[in-house]
Design a protein around this ligand. Sequence first.
Ligand code: ADP
Ligand code: MG
Ligand code: MG
Length: 908
Amino acid sequence: MGKKYVYKFGPGGAEGRADMKNLLGGKGANLAEMSNLGIPVPPGFTISTEMCTVYYEQDRNYPPELEEQVKEAMAWVEEKMGAKFGDPENPLLVSVRSGARVSMPGMMDTVLNLGLNDETVQGLIKNSNNERFGWDSYRRFVQMYGDVVLGLKPESKEEVDPFEAIIDEMKEEKGAKLDTDLTAEDLKELVRRFKQLIKEKKGVDFPEDPWEQLWGAINAVFGSWMNPRAITYRKLNGIPDDWGTAVNVQAMVFGNMGDDSATGVAFTRDPATGEKEFYGEYLINAQGEDVVAGIRTPLQITKKRSVEWAQQNGISEEERRTRYPSLEEYMPEVYEELVKVYQTLERHYRDMQDIEFTIQRRRLWMLQTRVGKRTAQAAVRIAVDMVDEGLISKEEAILRVAPDQLDQLLHPQFDPKAEKKVIARGLPASPGAATGRVVFHAEDAEDWASRGEKVILVRIETSPEDIGGMSVAQGILTARGGMTSHAAVVARGMGTCCVAGCGALQIDYAKKQMRVDDLVIKEGDWISIDGSTGEVMLGQVPTIEPQLSGHFGRLMEWADEIRRLGVRTNADTPKDAQVARNFGAEGIGLCRTEHMFFEGDRIKAVREMILADDEAGRRKALEKLLPMQKGDFYQILKVMHDLPVTIRTLDPPLHEFLPHEEEQQREMAEEMGVPVEKIKEKVQALQEFNPMLGHRGCRLGITYPEITEMQARAIMEAACELTREGVKVYPEIMIPLVGTKEELAHQREVVVRVAEEVQKQYGVKVDYKVGTMIEVPRAALTADRIAEVAEFFSFGTNDLTQMTFGFSRDDAGKFLMEYIDKKILPEDPFRTLDQDGVGQLVEMGVQKGRKTRPDLKVGICGEHGGDPKSVEFCHRVGLDYVSCSPYRVPIARLAAAQAVAKEKLQAA
Ligand code: ADP
Ligand code: MG
Ligand code: MG
């Protein structure tokens, strides 16, 4: 028999389980789990993800045992269903479904009704006693197989689907409005035309042999693992290529057998808000993904939602009940059963589920369950509610929200008081406020975004091909589709604002414009969309700061209770400092002083200092800068009262403060009353081949100690004044780019001398510290010695990464993406800390530093301080705090708590 590749599931139990996702894929594992729970699942089998890997290893060939195992499993399904695959009298039909470990939009679409041919369709008709159903199933099969397996798709983005074009033609001929208006005869004719189309376009006969159909579909699933869409998605989401996909082959149940049949999708809680309310959509006499394809308007499952929906759409109660009934009203018994199933699933999985079901002649069949995608808002609310309901622990709740997802909650929303010109309304599919310029094609979105434009991607509906464009858009707007449409689901997953199913839009792809009544909106026009209300507005609407209380506040409280790492912020202005403090920052980990050098009059004084010929001249210019810097520090220290504020002395090379263009050099000369030659000479003199490794950081302070002196004085004078006013301040003066103990000792001596002087002058004591950044590899290697003169360390992981790899931060963009594509590097080391390499230096720096000075305070202030994976690393190596940009503070707080929660759950 060889290795086992095929796992059966269905009534009576399964060979797999939910925890076998790696082997069976998400769909297969959950179908098995539902079978084991006694939930009605049509029988079937899963070909494991291992087969996918073998398939590619063997140059797209299968080991001989596979066919045997598939045959055996099919016989088992036949027995369960009392029908035979390919039997003209009593045919078994199956679906072929892909299923990777995590749901992936790039994968092969499902093929339904496989096993039909000109003979077996007769058996299906006879047994169902429903001719229309037989031909409807057949035409769907030929269409899906043609599209998905034989690759007969639209050739350009403007072209419509060739099969849909034939259907539209047919509807026109017959004067039919809906698909359901077509007769059995019409559908039979469609099958004929579809096959003819395939023959014409693909040069092959449609395969009549069910086994040939089956293997064709299986090949297509495995083949789709390496299609460009799937590869792009995996890259975007960091999914390894060798995970592979599984194939699920499952007996068909039919939602298109008549008005006592239906198909639908649902969420056990509201995926947009997280509210504890069963929510979903269904269609009567329909099959598969009709619900999400936006062909007919889906109906609401619960009566409550149905009534709300009717109100929103101006539909009378009478009309609603007769034409758009909820499942709760239309089939109360089946609804009751569905409610029981969803409650069982939610209790069992202890998480919100996204389910798919089909009702065949009033009998409920479950076809899928998985953990439902949700907005950040919903994720937070569901996690907190489930703790209250006793379903999960606080630690689990903390782990349920992806830190990066919080971003959605922290960003501004539309100002409710702003004037809004609402031109249309769609479904609030993914919350947020987005403003951007309209584009109509995913490629255009990518183009425009690469030029730094903010875009709103507007589509009739989206498809997996659009992923790239969707991921760069500020917001997504579609004319068709419901809350479970592709656009809605993907947008929620990406945390992108989305308004879906906005029927008022008449989109013209060819002209690149859309109309709402008489209003024409062209490509490039500004619009705003509100993913929480569904409003589409003309122009740019102003936004306001978000609310951080309620469920969010409670989750963050739990996070703060358990985390050990402190979280500070990188802030250079009082405003940023205040934002960060509101977000829970416990201090400033990096305040860059050079930004203060550029504003207004300051740049003039800075330039005077640079142009000065001697120390006396420099000191004169620095005198002018002193009160300005002092004012800045005063404000920042005041905002951050009671908390530590780390201020870094001047870091960049001086030439950054001089103009490099002739034109501006002339202006500057005029303004300062010096000959332009003098400026040119200075620029020349300061020019460096390798500025990043040049005259910067502490090297500046060592050659021009008066600069450090002035900065130390400004900091200490501000601190002393505030202390006098009764404000508690904790300045920490940080020397950048230190590589040897002697460098730091030199600068420390300058700072301490000034600090003592200023304190004496003011007659107050300030609790201040002097420390250093560890960002030159040599500093990490000699951290024990450096700690002799440092009261704190802060790892500047941007420079440390740059110097450890020898990658110039400003030039690495040219090759880093290719490095990642070619798997030379797993990810961008400037975004996620390289734990293997740079991380070793950090760990060593911490250990060596603490050996000398056990109470040494150690933090990190590179970009990595706000990256969840890097935060976890910082926790592990025993840092005291991370520091990140203001908006990432809550993200870092949660990530720091997750590091502890993981440890706790692992220990348990
Ligand atoms: P996706 O991965 O896109 O969710 P699925 O494999 O779940 O694709 O298939 C999509 C839909 O096709 C299902 O939700 C279901 O409605 C329908 N379907 C799949 N298999 C069957 C089956 N055996 N019987 C009836 N409908 C099926
Ligand atoms: Mg699909
Ligand atoms: Mg599905």
